[in-house]
Design a protein around this ligand. Structure first.
Ligand SMILES: [Fe+2]
Length: 468
């Protein structure tokens, strides 16, 4: 078996090649099916027509006994080996591992780390870097984490009486472990004394004393929806035009995805739309944006409601949309590290926040800032592969946070959260849409119509509320 790719990668690739997203719990069920499972049976299930494989669907196939006599590897491995996209998956995970290992190697705690295969021959303390392929808790409450690198894998044990057992460890993230190798009857294991995340280095950040230069963050405008807050949005545009207060030094405006409501995003969306044609929705937005003074650069990024493909990284808007916007508009892919006046402004729509809310104990949309910090700590925008975040396994992992951001901007969840993590100012940017029927059902109240302004030359963050 090829570590860093493994069973998990093969199964995901298989479903991906059939255009199906897999719930992580469904994947766990497939992996743990002790009698073997004919994966193709899952594909034949009519329930897969929605492009999503849930845990309950796997349970149902297992219960019906389909394919139980087939050894797992024989079923799907030969089919997959001929597909060229196998390399895409392998290269994707290699890229993720290599980039994050490089970041980890900058940490003094990881100096002297060695490959897992070499570590297994050591007596005593070692340092290793691995990608997490499995996390479980033993009956005694200890945590077991399987780590993989280019050539081997090892189980790391986090004893429950040590702080390490309480650490949040996610599948597919890359971590460093400092611990002691134990040689027992089976394969050696490592008892972890310390878990090291790639994390943000401690930096000294000083105000430059230069004249302010503001970058304004807006997200989830949802033009075309009946619940788009046009009045607030125009109030905000008029404030920019007034050049009063901070607007005088406003240089950049970032719209981080879901700039329009789109169509066909969820069942019955037509009933919630004022403008049915997506192209017309963009034309409306272009009309509003043309009111923004020419010396303000407007950045447009797609999100899950927009017209480009859903899977990330999302490309920039097509030319037919670009040509409708004024010349001070710049298109961005999602995600993107924007460099403005020598500052790194990392912009990401934020689809992975849906997964992070489920993966972090006690997390919810009102405390979403904590999820942004967990992403920064892992130096990755979507640490858990799959789940509710569709990712394209390209040969490079574009979700690794390679450059330390000065400002980190996300949206998507319609909350508003500001914070500072080790000198990185961040925001989960406000929406310009009122509570939707779906949000009402989920008992979630959005925090709309807030513009967040970051000064590129100081630590200052200002919010302007345009809610009427
Ligand atoms: Fe979104």
């Amino acid at each position: 078996m090829d570590p860093l790719y493994g069973d998990r990668g093969r199964i995901l690739e298989y479903f991906h090649s059939h255009g199906i997203l897999v719930d992580p719990k469904a994947l766990d069920r497939i992996l743990k099916a002790s009698t073997g499972l004919l994966v193709e049976d899952l594909l034949s299930e009519s329930v897969l027509s929605n492009g999503y494989l849930s845990e309950s669907e796997v349970i149902s196939v297992l219960r019906n006994g389909s394919g139980v006599t087939h050894p797992r590897y024989e079923v799907y491995a030969p089919d997959i080996r001929v597909r060229s996209s196998v390399d895409d998956f392998r290269n994707y995970f290699l890229s993720r591992y290599n980039k994050l290992k490089k970041i980890l190697s900058l940490s003094s705690s990881m100096r002297g780390s060695i490959p897992i295969r070499a570590a297994k021959r050591v007596q005593g303390e070692v340092k290793i870097v691995g990608m997490v392929s499995d996390v479980s808790t033993t009956m005694n409450g200890h945590k077991k984490v399987v780590l993989e690198d280019h050539e081997d894998q090892i189980t790391a044990i986090m004893m429950k009486d040590k702080g390490t057992a309480k650490e949040l460890i996610l599948n597919d993230e890359v971590i460093g472990v400092v611990g002691s190798i134990s040689h027992g009857k089976g394969d050696p294991v490592i008892f972890a004394n310390e878990i090291i995340h790639p994390d943000i280095p401690n930096r000294f950040i000083d105000d430059s004393g230069r004249e302010p230069s503001y970058v304004a963050s807006l997200s989830d405008i949802h033009v075309g929806s009946k619940t788009f807050r046009k009045q607030d949005f125009m109030k905000m545009i008029n404030w920019i035009k007034s050049t009063r207060e901070e607007a005088e030094n406003l240089k950049y405006l970032i719209l981080s995805g879901d700039v329009v409501d789109g169509i066909g995003v969820y069942p019955g969306q037509e009933d919630d739309l004022e403008v049915l044609n997506p192209l017309e929705q963009y034309l409306k937005l272009a009309e509003y944006i043309s009111e923004v003074p020419e010396d303000v650069t407007v950045f447009l990024m797609p999100g899950n409601h927009d017209i480009v493909r859903l899977a990330e990284p999302q490309p920039v808007f097509p030319e037919k949309i670009r040509k409708e916007f004024p010349s001070n508009t710049v298109l961005l892919p999602n995600p993107y590290n924007l460099v403005l006046e020598e500052r790194n402004v990392l912009v990401y729509h934020g689809m992975s926040l849906n997964d992070m809310v489920e993966l972090i104990p006690g997390m919810n949309f009102d405390t979403i800032g904590g999820a942004l910090e967990e992403l920064l700590k892992r130096r990755h925008l979507a640490p858990r592969y799959g789940g509710k975040t569709p990712l394209i396994p390209s040969s490079e992992d574009f979700h690794v946070i390679e450059k330390v951001p000065d400002i980190f901007i996300t949206g998507h969840v319609h909350s508003h959260a500001l914070g500072n993590y080790k000198g990185v100012r961040y925001v989960n940017s406000s929406t310009w849409q009122s509570q939707t029927e779906y949000q009402k059902m989920m008992n979630f109240s959005p925090k709309p119509s807030i513009m967040t302004l970051f000064d590129l030359h100081s630590r200052s963050v200002i919010t302007k509320n345009f809610e009427s």
